[in-house]
Each structure stands twice: as C-alpha cells, then as structure tokens.
Design a protein around this ligand. Structure first.
Ligand code: NAD
Length: 437
C-alpha cells in the first residue's frame, strides 16, 4: 500500500519507518525543511534507539522517502496519516488543532483518488468529524474516509511498541476504511495483536482515557510516597505489594518527581477541558493535573531542604534533565520546574544529560552544562538525580564522595538503595522512603 505520513516528528517518523518495514511504500512529509534535509542526508533529527538503522534499511530498500511537498506526496496514497503536533493551546489547556486542520485542508486539496485520511495525532472527541467536514467543504465530490488511529508508542521504546503493540485502535464506521486499515496493519494481525474497531469518537476518547488513567496511576503512587515519608513506610514495597495484584498491575507504579513529557501533561489537561465543555467534568483527572503540577514544583524544595535549607552560594550537581531516559525530549520535563528554582535560590547548577542537553540549554538559562556524570559533582554541595538513565544507576560511590564537597544525594527516581548509600557515607534522600543521614 502507499502511505503518506504528514508530520515527521517522534510519532510520524517512527510510524512511517515501521509501516515501510511492514512492506508498504511510505513518504514522510514535514513542513520543517531542515528535518527533511537531515533525513535525506541519513541523519535522524531525534534520539530514538534503533531508529537510525530502521530508517537507513528502508530507505535503502526504496520503501521510505522524505519530502517537504505535501501535495506531491499525497497523490496516489491509499492512506494519509496526520501525525502533526497537538500541543496545549495557550491560556485554556485545550488541544491546539491548528496544525491538524491545516494539514487536513492541504491534504483535501491534493488528493486525487479514494484515500483514508487517518488522524494519528492525539485529538479531542469530534476532531475526526470536523476534519471530515473541512475536507468535504473543500472537495464536495472527493471519495474519502476519515478514520481515527491513535498512537500508543512510548518514546525510548517506540519501535518495539509500534511493532508489538498491546492493541491497535481504529475508529471508523466505513467498511472500506476498515479494510484499508486492516491491510496496513496486516503483519500485526498475523501476530494476533488485538484490534479494537470502534466509532471515531470512541477511538478518540480511548487515547485520552488511556493517558489519563496512566497519569492517575503515577499520581496515586506519588501521593502514597508522600504518605510513606510521613508515616515511615516504604513506597517501593507498597508498589510491589499492590502491583503484584493482577487487577492493579506493576507498571506505572514508580514514585518520582511527577509526570512530564510530550503527552501526559497536555493530554490530561485537554481531557479536563473536553469533559468540562461536555458538561461532565472529570474531577479525578482535574485533581491529577493539580497534584502533579504542585509536585514538580515541590521537588526543588526537597533539594533545598536536603542542602540544609539554603542554596545561596552552593553548587548543585544534576544528573538527567529529559522527562525520561532514552529520549532527548524535554517537553514538560520536571527539570524545567526544578532547575530554575534551584538557580533562583542562589545555586550554581552543574548538569549533565546523555541526550537532552542541547534542547535543555535553550529552555533553562543559567545552567553550567558539563560533559559527564562525574563532572556534575565537582565541589557540589548536593547531587540531584532527576532522570534515571542507565549510566547513572551504578556510579562509583567512593569516587562520587571524593568529588563532592558535601556528600548529599537527592534521588528523585529511587535508583539507589538507602543502605548502600548510608554505608558509602552519604546523606541520602529519596522518594517515599526514610532518608538516611
Ligand atoms: P512532534 O512535534 O515531534 O512532530 C510533529 C511534526 O509535525 C513536526 O516535525 C512539525 O514540523 C510537523 N508539522 C506540523 N504541521 C505540519 C504540516 N501541516 N505539514 C507537515 N508537517 C507538519 O510531535 P510528536 O511527538 O510526534 O506528536 C505528534 C502527535 O502524536 C501529537 O498529537 C501527540 O500527542 C501524539 N503522540 C505522541 C507520542 C509521543 O510519545 N511523542 C505518543 C503518542 C501520541
């Protein structure tokens, strides 16, 4: 089949590359000429493990190409995916659909045969219907369908998630569109991946419900962590103790600094707006948003408290700034709330991240970016672990202690054991566990 992917970001590029690997002929389109030029040179504009190899192989096989010309790329396509960004609209938290509608209208003007226009972007209920209305208004005689096919991949393991998803959700009432979608995902049918065929509106809602549920799970365990700290419990054991219950499940029960990233913050907010507008407010999700926002800010206070209540003239080492490991994505990362507060409190911040420093440097002024984990610690009064990259999990504790001025570690990801840190002579503060002094 011929596939056009409009939007070549995290989702568009991974989906496009994976569809080409399924054997389809894929053109990935983006307005950002520098992205397309880089891809044509064989450079991957984002960091995603395995993506460089996957792209190179499929380009070499002639199944994957890149273009800035939407109109040329759409002609003759069986399916045109919209995978552009849907950020929070400034002011009200609604999903900003400007890019989605702009892409839909460009697609409408360019199509010359029946195609399924598929929204892969995360879009609020009713967007598919509006996309259809807009295309129809521009091209009253065109044969087309608009389907919803939300994406559930996670940055950092995006390729494996796309190749072996827990499920594929397709929202359309059209048999013809359903047949095209089945054909596109044929290799997954053969793997017996569950498919949820439903209405467009339900499909749109499934994506938000999934993200809001996961965000709720994280926020729940974060509140349990706070309670553990007050009453002397251990949140790791609470998470294991409840997670082994099959009805609850182990995943998304890691207490930490609050969720961030390109999806949960904006999608929970958008769901809150949708629910309010529909006259069916979601008080749970509203609380999740409020609790999480407050939590990210409160993390800076933990660091200040661990450093004795005052950061003026002190040095803070920071390990990790991306919202999670294995990505360079800084969107809504907790570090964006934490680091400026440390700097405002008078600290010199020395930070390192394996992939995120370039993006972070533009977003957080005043940080000294260094070239490795140990460089953050030179003369530091306190070290903060914000992102749990693998390379931070087994640091040489005695070397750390020699480098730091004061051996205080605030571990916002619980990647070290309190007993080993105590033994190594650190004052160690983690999440939902008793501190060791
Ligand atoms: P992104 O910002 O990385 O990429 C979007 C791309 O679309 C950009 O490169 C931009 O230049 C391009 N673009 C915008 N308008 C265009 C147009 N008219 N024509 C061509 N290109 C255009 O975004 P992303 O992270 O890939 O997310 C895309 C969508 O997928 C969002 O709705 C997001 O919520 C959803 N999603 C993201 C993830 C994730 O982990 N990043 C996971 C699931 C779903």
């Amino acid at each position: 089949m011929r596939v056009t992917m409009v939007g070549t970001g995290y989702v568009g590029l991974v989906s496009g590359a994976c569809f080409s690997e399924f054997g389809h002929s894929v053109i990935c389109v983006d307005k950002d000429a520098s992205k397309i030029e880089a891809l044509r040179r064989g450079e991957i504009p984002i960091f995603e493990p395995g993506l460089d190899k996957l792209v190179a192989e499929n380009v070499a096989a002639g199944r994957l190409s890149f273009s800035t010309e939407l109109a040329d790329s759409v002609r003759g396509a069986d399916a045109v995916f919209i995978a552009v960004g849907t950020p929070s609209r400034r002011g009200d938290g609604h999903a900003d659909l400007t890019y989605v509608y702009a892409a839909a209208e460009e697609i409408a003007l360019a199509l010359d045969n029946y195609a399924v226009v598929v929204t892969k972007s995360t879009v609020p209920v009713g967007t598919g219907a509006e996309v259809e209305r807009r295309i129809r208004a521009l091209r009253p005689d065109l044969a087309f369908d608009v389907a919803s096919n939300p994406e559930f991949l996670r940055e950092g393991s995006a390729i494996e998630d796309f190749r072996r998803p827990d499920r594929v959700v397709v929202g359309t009432e059209s048999d013809k569109a359903r047949a095209v979608m089945r054909q596109l995902y044929r290799p997954l049918f053969l793997l017996e991946t569950p498919f949820v065929f439903t209405s467009r509106e339900t499909s749109e809602l499934i994506k938000y419900a999934a993200n809001a549920f996961l965000a709720t799970k994280i926020t729940f365990i974060n509140e349990m962590a706070d309670l553990c700290e007050k009453v002397g419990g251990d949140v790791q054991d609470v998470a294991r103790g409840i997670g082994l219950d099959g009805r609850i499940g182990k995943k998304f029960l890691h207490a930490g600094p609050g969720f961030g990233g390109s999806c949960f913050p904006k999608d929970t907010l958008a769901l809150v707006r949708t629910a309010r507008d529909a006259g069916s407010p979601s008080r749970i999700v509203e609380s999740v948003v409020a609790v999480n926002d407050a939590r990210k800010i409160a993390m800076a206070d933990r660091v200040i408290a661990a450093a004795g209540g005052d950061l003026a003239g002190k040095t803070v080492g920071v390990l990790g700034v991306t919202f999670k490991p294995n990505t360079d994505d800084m969107r809504d990362a907790p570090s964006l709330d934490i680091l400026p507060r440390l700097i405002a409190a008078g600290a010199t911040v020395r930070a390192y991240d394996p992939e995120g420093m370039k993006a972070a440097a533009a977003l957080i002024p005043g940080v000294t970016w260094v070239t490795g984990a140990y460089d953050t610690m030179a003369d530091a009064d306190v070290l903060v672990i914000i992102t749990e990259w693998n390379q931070f999990r087994a640091l040489d504790l005695s070397r750390m202690k020699r480098l730091m001025k004061v051996p205080v570690v605030v571990d916002l990801r619980n990647i070290y054991r309190p007993d080993e840190m105590a033994e190594a002579g650190f004052s160690y503060h983690s999440i939902g566990r008793a501190p060791v002094q």
